[in-house]
Design a protein around this ligand. Structure first.
Ligand code: SF4
Ligand code: URA
Length: 253
């Protein structure tokens, strides 16, 4: 194919993807504006399945998704939050941490894991030889679950997300996983572990045992907030993180 033809097709794909709001599918429809304007150029080439990341790159894709989340009101948490908390880190991270949901500090700043539990998570990440910039950190729900939804200025107003809230928000996490393609996910605490694995087992039993979510290895461990309450749990998290680091180094777990 000629370079000029290829560039036209690429451009077409960009236009199609831009008008294409329905995430979750990635086939470009024949009836797009791009089709109409370029007519016959829309060849079989363009009708093959194209992943958005092939065109935009994972960083841009994540930013597009962030914008959607910033304006999301799909569940009631969207009404009371101050800021949606999308996620932070590398769009190519091999290691992704998934917490339960933003708290007071995160809701105010729009960044995950920046309160006391977050500072401990940062230390855990650094002890693994990584940084907040080399991994990716997100939550299973992007908006602050509050006990009293009328009072986002109140401290200690956090609660775990409900099963329903997790189910409604999870497609965003799934899309983050599709874009970032980590080698391993670490779920922090019972909420995100249960939300992804649909398992009723207590975190004390399920932690440290590698599972899979959507074909990606998943290591459940305790939430850093639990470590702040009970120092004795630190050794278990350290055991689990050593397994994760070994998997990233050697490919075995
Ligand atoms: Fe949307 Fe998730 Fe926020 Fe609910 S928690 S409003 S689904 S982004
Ligand atoms: N706890 C979480 O689960 N997530 C955050 O972002 C902060 C605290």
């Amino acid at each position: 194919m000629k370079r000029s033809e290829y560039l036209k097709i690429l451009n077409l794909a960009k236009i199609s993807l831009e008008e294409y709001n329905n995430w979750g599918e990635n086939e470009i429809y024949k009836t797009s504006i791009a089709d109409a304007s370029y007519g016959k150029i829309v060849s079989t080439e363009i009708k093959r399945q194209i992943s958005p990341t092939e065109i935009f790159g994972s960083k841009e894709e994540l930013e597009r998704l962030r914008e959607k989340v910033n304006s999301c009101k799909k569940c009631p948490l969207g009404k009371s939050r101050l800021n949606a908390v999308f996620g932070i880190g590398s769009s190519n991270a091999d290691l992704m941490f998934v917490g339960e949901g933003p708290g007071y500090d995160e809701d105010h700043k729009g960044e995950p894991f920046i309160g006391r539990a977050g500072q401990l998570l940062t230390k855990i990440i650094e002890a693994m030889g990584q940084t907040r910039k080399t991994v990716y950190i997100a939550n299973i729900v992007k908006c602050h679950p509050m006990i009293d939804a009328s009072n986002p200025e109140k401290r200690s107003n956090d609660r775990p997300p409900t099963f329903e809230e997790m189910e409604i928000c999870k497609p965003y996490l799934d899309m983050q996983l599709d874009i970032i393609k980590p080698k391993i996910i670490v779920t922090l605490g019972a909420s995100s572990t249960k939300g992804l694995l649909k398992s009723g087992e207590p975190i004390s039993r399920i932690r440290g045992v590698v599972r899979e979510y959507k074909g990606i290895k998943l290591m459940p461990t305790y939430h850093p907030a639990a470590l702040l309450r009970n120092q004795d749990l630190k050794k278990f998290v350290w055991e689990d993180m050593k397994k994760v680091a070994r998997y990233l180094d050697m490919g075995e777990i």
